[in-house]
Design a protein around this ligand. Sequence first.
Ligand SMILES: [Mg+2]
Length: 189
Amino acid sequence: MITIAWDIDCTLNDYILEILKYINYHRGTNFQLNDTTHYNLTKCLPFQEKEIWGYLDNFKLEGKYILLKPNSEILQWLKKYGDNFHHIALTACSVKTASISAQWLFTYLGNWFRGFYFVPSNRDEKHIEYDKNKIEWLKRHKVDIYIEDNEDNYLQAKKLGIECYLIKQPWNNGEPVKEILKKITRRIK
Ligand SMILES: [Mg+2]
């Protein structure tokens, strides 16, 4: 069976859109999705790295993340075709919020997903580093299809010979989710 590894944030949900609303609420700003010209918010918003880390983590720790709805097109596709594939999630997040990401995944998509893996994001706390990043993780595991919104990861994973898809977001040259799902559906035998 074909294994699909899905990124979670901004692939399966609209995390960044909600983070922007959260920042706007706390800072009185008016950032829109189109302002996010880079997946790393410190590279496109006027905030220090630690401020962004705080927003990303507190949004989860305050119970807001679990309320995010999964991408509706992907959810519909999973209902129709999901059982033709083996699904796992591969996300980058802080160690202290990993359990919240896992809870989100299995709350909304537990019918289809059987694996949750994370690579710790940079934070102040020290963590064990089994893999430096998702690419190192992908080298050690068997994945047939990999779906991401992070173009750097996408390009590097492609070099490993994995069938990769880049979900369209303002910060990348990806393709619409509808087109990606059509292509994956063709893999069903
Ligand atoms: Mg992502």
